[in-house]
Design a binder for this molecule. Structure first.
Ligand code: GLP
Length: 248
């Protein structure tokens, strides 16, 4: 794993956007794995600005999102589909048919998981997967204990994840209980992974991730087994990593 230290959230976002833009310019038909949550908001903002100012084109880009809530219609403001439209898709020249998220409204969710997995294969796999990390070390919605062999699947969200995500909803009661997420093995099959981490509230999980052996209780620790992972983390997120490595 290569770790790039950013000064702060803006610096992290700028560096991540630059990385993505280079990939978009380099490849003939890049497949980007995209993430939601608070962390990539700044990255998407820089991508929007860059498109406006430097006209980076996304007409040849395909995207697959990590996850989607179950039971929230795509046009609902809380769906990850709405998030992606608002933060990125509506502002760049990517054809709508190139953008994909799991369908959390599918009647047969198990068939939907298979469809999504097949779709990723059909696209030729993910060239660059953008990731955030949950406070409990989850990636996508792969909660602690998820088998590393998991493919796209239906998950029951833990109460800690529901609480952490309640800030985006009107109340905790309205946060969905389930989601469809790429599995850990789906994520690990990506050719390259870019993990973004920001803020003091992520310092504990970063210290765990970097100082502990790979284990199922910290899903993100599986990334140590991938040959091409780049972490862009800001100083606040890295504070405990440094403190603990100093004390060894
Ligand atoms: C959610 C998403 C994850 C994201 C995580 C962290 O649960 N499913 O993909 O990485 O939360 O979110 P944030 O970036 O807001 O801290």
């Amino acid at each position: 794993m290569k770790i790039i230290e950013a000064r702060n959230y803006h610096d992290m976002s700028q560096k991540a956007a630059q990385f993505i833009i280079e990939k978009v310019n380099l490849l003939a038909s890049p497949v980007l794995g995209l993430a939601t949550g608070g962390t990539p908001l700044g990255t998407y903002k820089y991508l929007r600005e860059d498109h406006l100012n430097h006209h980076t084109s996304y007409s040849h880009v395909y995207t697959v999102n990590l996850d989607e809530y179950v039971g929230i219609p795509p046009d609902n403001e809380h769906s990850y589909f709405s998030y992606m439209k608002k933060q990125l898709f509506d502002h760049i020249d990517i054809p709508r048919s190139h953008t994909h998220l799991p369908d959390g409204m599918a009647k047969d969710l198990s068939a939907e998981c298979h469809r999504y997995e097949d779709l990723i294969k059909l696209l030729g796999g993910i060239d660059l997967q953008l990731l955030g990390i949950g406070m409990n070390g989850h990636i996508g919605f792969n909660e602690p204990g998820t088998p590393f062999s998991s493919k796209t699947h239906l998950v029951e969200l833990t109460s800690s994840t529901r609480k952490a995500n309640a800030r985006y909803f009107d109340s905790l009661a309205t946060v969905p209980f389930q989601a469809v997420t790429m599995g850990i093995s789906t994520i690990m099959e990506s050719k390259q992974i870019l993990l973004l981490v920001s803020g003091a509230k992520k310092a504990e999980i970063m210290a765990k991730l970097l100082n502990e052996e790979t284990n199922k209780d910290t899903p993100a620790s599986v990334l140590k087994r991938h040959q091409d992972v780049i972490i862009i983390a800001d100083s606040d997120a890295l504070a405990l990593v440094k403190e603990r490595s100093r004390s060894y």
